[in-house]
Design a protein around this ligand. Structure first.
Ligand code: PLP
Length: 367
């Protein structure tokens, strides 16, 4: 466990999240290497999956990333302040009548519907410029993008300054799902209507499906942040650790109970540690009875219900001299984001993006 900054906030914090920028940059290099031949963009939506878009985008730009993706217009406006020159795609395009904001901030919309295409063309006419845009196709997920029928409106697409055509895979985390090849073929067919425009299909898991899925641009998000592309796949560097100081220790007696609903009952004298993180910090309430934290190599079960601001830990197996202020590991060498997610019945993506903004954050520099 490293604390990289010993300022006052670090000393006061009950729990802190360490984001290892070097690990993120190394993951970028690894993924970019897998996609050699394709440009490697970086997806930094949702505040870079909760880890801090500004710091991460700067780190990745310094490693050579030139293209970034966010989901919302406002995320793009914020990112533009950090990266004045990068190419920024906005995955959701824009809400009706908001397209001029896109232009004002030099953002490139991903146009998902015929209405968005029309609005963008009208904006270009008003501006007297062919402003850059991307097109998304629905290749089977029925979420965002133009359908095969939409593409029949051939005239509408003339005169667009297209930087990218893209689609998104629904089952890339299941490498042998037949849906992957089916979507790939549909994408190739739809993209053929736009010869010469760079193509992008693969997010993190798709990149690991192999070169057939890379086309001209890959767009990893999760892989940069150390989330495994599929079950059991571990080649990416872990990026976050979460450490918590013990706020209070008590010993309870057989029959004493713990937490809301008094749902946990001691069967023997038990030392209980209280940690100051709870469901408001992204430690899911559904994790009650499943999750653990760690002292070194020793697993310490979380007992009773998860409160908004605290959890209780059974310290039976911890050293007897453990005291308030000592540090336990929530995310670290013994338990990565994916493992914690499994104990909550969810995926690493949800754990990462839920880790609240309340934690004190420490950024370990990329060096
Ligand atoms: C979120 C997202 C990505 C990145 O996905 P990861 O699985 O995190 O790599 C790429 N493309 C689109 C369209 C997305 O919505």
């Amino acid at each position: 466990m490293h604390i990289f900054s010993q300022d006052d906030a670090s000393a006061r914090a009950g729990a802190w999240l360490t984001v290892n920028l070097k690990a993120i940059a190394d993951n970028y290099d690894l993924v970019a290497g897998l996609g050699a031949g394709a440009e490697c963009a970086a997806v930094v939506k949702a505040d870079a999956y909760g880890l801090g878009a500004a710091q991460i985008a700067q780190t990745l730009a310094a490693r050579g990333a030139e293209t970034f993706f966010v989901a919302h217009l406002d995320e793009g406006m914020t990112l533009r302040e950090t990266l004045p020159h990068a190419r920024i795609f906005v995955l959701h395009g824009f809400m009706p009548d908001c397209e001029s904001r896109m232009q004002a901030h030099g953002l490139t919309p991903v146009l998902n519907s015929l209405d968005q295409v029309r609005s963008w063309k009208q904006l270009c006419e008003r501006a007297g410029q062919t402003l850059a845009a991307a097109l998304q196709f629905d290749s089977g997920m029925s979420r965002f993008g133009l359908s095969v029928e939409d593409l029949a409106e051939r005239n509408l697409f003339e005169g667009l300054n297209l930087q990218l055509v893209m689609s998104h895979l629904a089952c890339a985390d299941v490498p042998d799902s037949p849906a992957n090849e089916m979507q790939r073929q549909r994408f190739v067919t739809m993209a053929a209507a736009f010869p010469g425009v760079p193509r992008s299909l693969a997010a993190s898991s798709g990149i690991f499906l192999g070169p057939d899925y890379h086309f001209e641009l890959i767009r990893p998000g999760a892989a940069l942040y150390g989330i495994a592309p599929s079950e059991g796949h571990r080649i990416l560097a872990p990026v976050v650790s979460l450490d918590a100081r013990i706020a209070q220790i008590r010993t309870i007696q057989p029959g004493d109970r713990v937490g809301y609903g008094l749902s946990w009952t001691a069967s023997k004298p038990t030392r209980i540690g209280t940690l100051g993180l709870g469901y408001a910090d992204g430690f899911f309430r559904a994790q009650a009875g499943q999750a653990s934290v760690w002292h070194g190599q020793t697993r310490l079960p979380v007992i009773g219900r998860v409160s908004m601001d605290s959890i209780s830990v059974d310290l039976t197996d911890a050293p007897a001299d453990l005291k308030a202020g000592d540090v336990l590991s929530v995310l670290g060498p013994q338990q990565d984001v994916d493992a914690l997610a499994r104990s909550a019945g969810t995926i690493g993506y949800e754990v990462l993006t839920s880790l609240g903004s309340r934690f004190h954050r420490v950024y370990a520099p990329a060096g």
